[in-house]
Design a protein around this ligand. Sequence first.
Ligand code: ATP
Length: 363
Amino acid sequence: MAATPFVRIENVTKRFGRFVALDRISLDIAEGEFLTIVGPSGSGKSTLIRLLVGIDDVSEGTISLNGARIDQMPANKRPTCMVFQSLALFPHMSVGQNIEFPLKLRKMAPAARKARALELLALLRMPADYYGKRISQCSGGERQRVALARALAFDPEIIVFDEPLSALDYRLRKTLEKELKDLHARTGKTFVYITHSLEEAMVMSDRIAIMRAGRFEQIASAEEIYSRPVSRFVANFMGEVNLFRLAMNDAGEPEWEDGGIRAAPGALEAAAGWRGTLMVRPELMHLLEDGTGWDFTLDGKVVAEYALGSRIQYAVETAAGSIVTVERPFETRVDDALGRQMRLGWERASVHLIPEGADDGKA
Ligand code: ATP
């Protein structure tokens, strides 16, 4: 038999009146895992973590930790701690007093409290003299680190983050993403993290759970979700992507929505009658003069190009009117591509097939 999971969320439903915010969802979280929950606004991310930390009650289903149910336990008894976007620090207190707050609640002696606060400051790579600094004198990034140190002072089994970096500027966010990942490795704690940002999820997480309308659409590693999404919705959610609808006819030949696509014999591994979408990521497409010998080709006019630092992105309009995105290393830039008719080529190994689902039309 499989070992008892660390956290098990089983068949959880949450209703607000007649509205179903979470619809019989199940998820196991391993001890020490960094799990990120992503999904569009209103998909149920916050609702789920509110149930996990005990701010709200499940309507149905169970949440267990090491096999023991915690869904009826009051929030302050649960082994979880939440870090919010609005940090909820005490502005009139010093950094040290903020970090020590949970320890004071636990009646730890002042000297031991201070020693622990200094340890946590060091863990978050903050200078020891910040101990006496007021919160109002700290920058946004420093406040975020203090909030993290305070969360760690609670010594929870699970730290739950609700979009903690979304209010910060880009550079700081990038720095803190890496620091959080590093902090996760150093503390060995279980992190459950919510974000709108795919990039954030990809940088930090062991696994990503994609939510859609109160359900999980896919739960897998970032790599798996990026290269083998289960639906058009997930494919679209995980960055730039080219999606071509197709149906295999009774003779086993492809019929494309975009009639300009040509597939070499045997390049498509789909049986007669199969319907769905062929996905190719932009970085796996090649911009060619008139290449032959490719598994797939499609001709079109380069209508835009965007320099993205080390990469260059082309928008190519096909005869059928679809826009295809191609992304290449900047050093391979084709100087006079803009406005020209060119050929796109890609290999069968770059292709992922998504079968048509009941909700395919929505994505
Ligand atoms: P966002 O990314 O915008 O924070 P989210 O994925 O976290 O969105 P939730 O806050 O979990 O979404 O909300 C899920 C759905 O449940 C939304 O449609 C929301 O309006 C609804 N909802 C949440 N809390 C309540 C409540 N207390 N009463 C009624 N409806 C609620």
